[in-house]
Each structure stands twice: as C-alpha cells, then as structure tokens.
Design a protein around this ligand. Sequence first.
Ligand code: ZN
Ligand code: FE
Length: 251
Amino acid sequence: MFEILPIPAFKDNYIWLLIDGDRAAVVDPGDPLAVSERLRALGLQLESILITHHHADHQGGVPALLEHWNAEVFAPAAESITGRTCDLRGGETLEILGQAVSVLAVPGHTLGHLAYTVPGALFCGDTLFGAGCGRLFEGTPGQMSESLGRLAALPDETLVYCAHEYTEANLRFALAVEPNNRQLQERIQRVARVRDANQPSVPSTLAEEKATNPFLRCAQPEVIAAARRQGAPDSSPVSVFAAIRQWRNAF
Ligand code: ZN
Ligand code: FE
C-alpha cells in the first residue's frame, strides 16, 4: 500500500500525495508549485494525477505539472478538466502505484464529482469533510445525501482524506445541531488540541464521521428535531439533510 502525505495549499486545501518507492500520484493538485517542490524534495517521479471535480483549487495545477511530467490524468468525464487523459464516470477500477483504486460517483457539490477509494482510505474531495460536507453548487439535496450514503457505506475504519481543513468551523455548527452528542463534544476537544499544535485534523475515520458529522446523521432524533425547527417539511432523510445544509450556509 502507498504512503499518504498532505501537501497544504492555498488557505485551507490539502493536496494528497501518494508515494510508493520513488513513484508518486497526487489527488487534486490545485497548486502546482507546492506539488513540484514536494516531489523534488522527496526525489519522486509523478505518474498519476487524480481529480475529484472541476473547481480551480482542485484541478488548477494540472497544466503546469504536465509541462514537467508525463502523468496520466484521471478525472470526471462530465466536467471540464484541462489535461484529462482518462475519462471516468464512477464504477471503474484503476491501477495507481500498483494498487486497485475504485472510483465512486458522488454528485452534489458538482454534478460530475468523483471519490477514489482503496481499502482503508477514501479521497473524497469536497463531498465529505471533517464534521461537514460540501456546498451544493450544482446538485440537489437528494443527490448529495445519496452520495454521502455511498461513502458512509464504506468500512468504519476507512480514513477520510478530504480536500479542506474545515473541521473546526464544521464542529461549531455540528454542536449547534446536536448539543447533547458526547462524542461530538470529545471530538471538539481533540481537534482543538491538534489544531493548536498546527497539525491537520484530517484524516478522520468514517466511524468518527458517522458519530459526529450531522450530515451523516439525518436519521438521528436530535438531528431531525433540529431540522424541523429550521423548517424541514417532514422527517425524511433528504428533507432533514436539505434543512441542515441550508442552515449551515447561513451559520
Ligand atoms: Zn470544490
Ligand atoms: Fe475545494
């Protein structure tokens, strides 16, 4: 299995660097300089680029990286991705650094959004975040809640390598939704210590997300009650998700 390291970029992005010996792959290289510097420092050859969706902070570094590296660019077929060499729609299995990587379609944040997973690790771009989820720029609440359900069905011990350090702000919102969730209160303490030490709060585990992320807890009574207070017309998971997501936008 490859090693996984974060490359911090911009204000709060993580570009994930996958390493096997002197071979490397990157997920969502928005910033080419940050990636090139790290590849050079570690003496790595870039073989593959995985793109989750079309936003510039995720794909913007591809053209510059392709000037130096003859890398495959795996990306959503449904989105405009500069330099894409392999069209993906979800359901495919790729070989990255000798590992079988499954591709999942997770529409919601954008319509072509993909997630990539190997046993034990999930690269989910802007779909699932630490204690939160991506904004619905293109998809519907129904699409996003189905996509999150697809990710939540992966094994509990799966590490969630999302693309942004948003966990602390997301946890403040999660506590407004579920003030009585003990595991959430404990996670807030834990993440505060990690961030005070300038360490990433990600990856988390899927088990942790299922216990504390309100967007994965739309069937919990306290979350349903909070959504109803925010105007959810009924207690169905999609109505609850939609109300919570809208509340988060204004929080
Ligand atoms: Zn995005
Ligand atoms: Fe992003």
